[in-house]
Unconditional design. Structure first.
Length: 155
C-alpha cells in the first residue's frame, strides 16, 4: 500500500505596494478625522456663550452626520474656535505666571524669616543699611521680599 502524502500549504495574503500605500493614506485620514472630531467636541464644551440645547444639537448632528457635521461646524464656528483657544491659552499662561510670582515672592516661611535673612545680609556687608531699610519696608509692607541671593550693587 502506498502512503498518502498531505501537502500543507501556507496561505499568504497578496498585498502589493499600492495596497499598502492606500491603506496608509486611509489610516492617516481616519486619524485626522478622529482628531478633528475630538477638537470640535472639546470646543463645544469650552464655549460658555452657547446654550446647552445648542451644544446637544451639535453633538447629535456630529454623531448622525460626522463628516458633513464637522465640515459645517468648522465653516460656521471656525473663527470662534481660534479665539476661544487663544483665550484659554492666555488664561492658563496668566495663572501660571501668577503662581510663579507668588511662589518666588517669599524665600522663607514668612516675613520673620525674610527679615532674619536681610539682617544677616546687612551684617555680612552684602547690602548697605539703606538697602536693608528699603527691603525691610517692602517685607513689612507686604509687597514681598526684596532679598537677593547675590551681592547687591552699591550706589
Amino acid at each position: 500500500m502506498g502512503a498518502v502524502l498531505l501537502e500543507v500549504a501556507m496561505v499568504v495574503a497578496e498585498v502589493d505596494l499600492g495596497d499598502l500605500i492606500w491603506t496608509t493614506i486611509w489610516i492617516f485620514f481616519l486619524i485626522m478625522f478622529i482628531w478633528v472630531f475630538i477638537v470640535i467636541v472639546s470646543d463645544l464644551f469650552r464655549d460658555h456663550e452657547l446654550s446647552g440645547w445648542a451644544k446637544a444639537a451639535w453633538v447629535v448632528a456630529l454623531i448622525i452626520f460626522p463628516l458633513i457635521g464637522s465640515l459645517i461646524y468648522l465653516i460656521a464656528r471656525g473663527e470662534g474656535m481660534a479665539r476661544r483657544s487663544t483665550a484659554q491659552q492666555q488664561q492658563a499662561r496668566a495663572e501660571f505666571d501668577s503662581y510663579v510670582r507668588s511662589t518666588a515672592a517669599s524665600t522663607g516661611t514668612g516675613p520673620v524669616d525674610d527679615l532674619t535673612r536681610l539682617a544677616d545680609l546687612r551684617n555680612s556687608g552684602t547690602i548697605t543699611d539703606a538697602e536693608f531699610e528699603s527691603m525691610k519696608s517692602r517685607v513689612v509692607g507686604g509687597g514681598g521680599t526684596g532679598t537677593t541671593t547675590g551681592t547687591a550693587s552699591t550706589p
